[in-house]
Design a protein around this ligand. Structure first.
Ligand SMILES: NC(=O)c1ccc[n+]([C@@H]2O[C@H](COP(=O)([O-])OP(=O)(O)OC[C@H]3O[C@@H](n4cnc5c(N)ncnc54)[C@H](OP(=O)(O)O)[C@@H]3O)[C@@H](O)[C@H]2O)c1
Length: 314
């Protein structure tokens, strides 16, 4: 049995879809089971063992995996609500890790490139020193450490520049702006890698499958080793080039019908309130080797996303 926490969020809803597609035995919770309340987590976990809403074919009601896609994710607002951000990203992560350890479940937790300060020039590896710039990054970094102190059977996946069909994200924001403005400005001095939530969701499922299928027959080391991993799509770009690609593909697939000029600007010219990492490219060598996967290039995944039937922005 898999317990997916944050099942209604942008990433969580993609994981939920995949679990359904795979006909996995899983239960999902979101805000109604508050991760900041340890008793709520315990009560839910206990209810799963006796619950009647589970599929009758599901005989194993023991939760073996917890996937945590819930978090406080509003980077700007976190600066005004540092306590709430910490409550979710740090204390919430700890509560989930404690629950996982108590019931003997493995944990997959999602973290972020924002744990790094962004002054690097080479892709960040998992063991590089963290140096978060703001409240969001600091609270996510604290959440990682809380999990690491609490348990050993964790997979912390740091990702970046995430977009998916069910949530607010850069691709939808740009599409909306490009359909309503004659020109827009996008920063051209911050580098990173866009990540399609579907690709990350597939990787989460792969970790579970590889671990659960690891037997002597597959060789002793076929299960991915618990620890921190980086996952984004392949390649790197700037927000401006990302936006330019969205415009090109949006035009090609009829998502953008308005003429809009996309202009580059510097972070300083743009004048954002919250400092963001200038360089946040993550090295994915570890996850590629461990799971024996190839990463889809960000442009390939973006095209599939924009072409996809589920594309809908408000
Ligand atoms: N989005 C990105 O660009 C990005 C980049 C790097 C890493 N990440 C990480 O990736 C993960 C998934 O991000 P996402 O963008 O999919 O997040 P999201 O869409 O904001 O989803 C988070 C979910 O958690 C729920 N939630 C909020 N408070 C809760 C609580 N107290 N108890 C239980 N659930 C609660 C939210 O409900 P409400 O919506 O009702 O509040 C939402 O459904 C997060 O760990 C995030 O830090 C995201």
């Amino acid at each position: 049995m898999i317990w997916l926490i944050g099942c209604k969020g942008m990433l969580g809803s993609e994981v939920a879809r995949l679990l359904d597609e795979k006909k996995a035995h899983w239960v999902g919770t979101d805000k109604e089971v508050d991760i900041t309340d340890p008793d709520a987590l315990t009560a839910f976990e206990k209810s799963v063992e006796t619950s009647s809403y589970l599929d009758t074919s599901c005989t194993d009601k023991h939760i073996k995996w917890i996937i945590n896609c819930s978090a406080y994710t509003n980077v700007d607002k976190a600066e005004e609500e540092p306590e709430l951000a910490d409550k979710l990203n740090n204390q919430g992560a700890l509560n989930i890790a404690r629950t996982a350890r108590r019931i003997g479940a493995k944990l997959i937790h999602i973290s972020t490139d924002y744990v790094f300060g962004g002054n690097g020039k080479e892709p960040y590896t998992e063991d590089m020193e963290k140096n978060p710039l703001g409240v969001y990054g600091s609270t996510k970094a604290a959440g990682e450490e809380a999990i690491q102190k609490e348990m050993t059977q964790y997979y912390i996946l740091r990702t970046a520049w995430l977009y998916g069909y069910d949530g607010k994200n850069f691709v939808y924001t740009m599409t909306k702006l490009m359909n309503s403005h004659d020109q827009i400005r996008v920063v051209n001095d911050q580098k990173g890698t866009p990540t399609c939530a579907i690709d990350l969701a597939s990787t989460i499922i792969k970790i579970i499958e590889k671990t659960d299928n690891a037997t002597e027959a597959f060789g002793k080391h076929s299960a991915p080793t618990p620890g921190i991993y980086h996952f984004t799509n392949g390649g790197e770009t700037t927000w401006y080039d990302f936006a330019a690609e969205i415009y090109k593909l949006g035009k090609k697939f009829g998502r953008i019908t308005h003429e809009c000029q996309v202009n580059p600007c510097t972070t300083e010219e743009y004048g954002a309130n919250v400092q963001r990492p200038a360089y946040s490219v993550l090295s994915k060598d570890k996850i590629c080797k461990e799971l024996k996967i190839k990463l889809p290039d960000w442009k390939v995944s973006l095209e599939k996303f924009i072409r996809g039937e589920r594309f809908k922005y408000e």
